[in-house]
Design a binder for this molecule. Structure first.
Ligand SMILES: N[C@@H](CCC(=O)N[C@@H](CS)C(=O)NCC(=O)O)C(=O)O
Length: 222
């Protein structure tokens, strides 16, 4: 059955792999499932056809036959359940990997996104200079804890799993902040994720969309 995901027609990150379709692309690449991508504009994302797939008008979505899903945690979990390679076979190890998926999304991602969004939401306020260090310290609390749990391990709990896939991409959202660099073991962990062939294929496919877009803009200017 064909798998179709949605992604930004014009990703605000210009193809740096920070948009959340990257999670789904990487998961599909890890398990060797081909997929199609439907690109949507910001306008289309808020229109009824897309809202029927995603109640919050966001990307990515995932369609496979009669099934339509939204929320990257649920999508990656679905892919991992139905294909080998992203979750351990052993019941307890699987439960622990799922726990880490939730931890990445519910415990580590929120302060990272809060810090990132603050610039867009209140970046022009006179008190922003005082707020930012507070938000950064909230991120550091989680990074301290994560770094101390990860220690010298390669992955969060034994072999690479869907939890690492999500955690690596959550941590990548800190790019440019300098925060990740304060934690050498977390930086190496992210680099290990980025070195995986499936990651590289997923990254290249989302970058190709941005490059195509840039090519079209250049052609328009000429
Ligand atoms: N919790 C959702 C977040 C989805 C999300 O924030 N998507 C962003 C792109 S990375 C989006 O569509 N932003 C545009 C908007 O919210 O209007 C998930 O993990 O799928």
């Amino acid at each position: 059955m064909t798998i179709t995901i949605t992604a930004f027609e014009r990703s605000p990150d210009g193809g740096r792999g920070l948009a959340r379709d990257m999670r789904v692309r990487w998961a599909l690449e890890e398990v060797g499932r081909p997929y199609e991508v439907r690109l949507v504009s910001f306008k289309q994302m808020k229109e009824p056809d897309h809202l029927a797939l995603h109640p919050f008008g966001q990307i990515p979505t995932y369609e496979e036959g009669d099934l339509a899903l939204f929320e990257t945690g649920a999508i990656v979990f679905h892919i991992a359940r139905h294909n080998r390679g992203l979750l351990p076979e052993d019941d307890n190890a699987r439960a622990r990997a799922i726990t880490w998926m939730f931890a990445a999304l519910n415990t580590v991602e929120p302060p990272i996104v809060e810090r990132e969004q603050s610039r867009y939401v209140v970046g022009d306020k006179p008190w922003y200079g005082e707020l930012l260090p507070v938000l950064e310290d909230r991120v550091r609390v989680r990074l301290d804890q994560l770094a101390s749990r990860l220690g010298d391990a390669q992955w969060l709990d034994g072999a690479f799993s869907a939890a690492d896939l999500i955690m690596v991409l959550v941590l990548r959202r800190l790019e440019g902040s300098g925060l990740l660099e304060e934690y050498p073991n977390l930086s190496s962990y992210v680099a290990r994720g980025e070195a995986r062939p499936a990651y590289k294929r997923a990254f290249a496919s989302q970058l190709a969309v941005a490059n195509h877009d840039r090519g079209a803009e250049d052609a328009e200017r000429q």
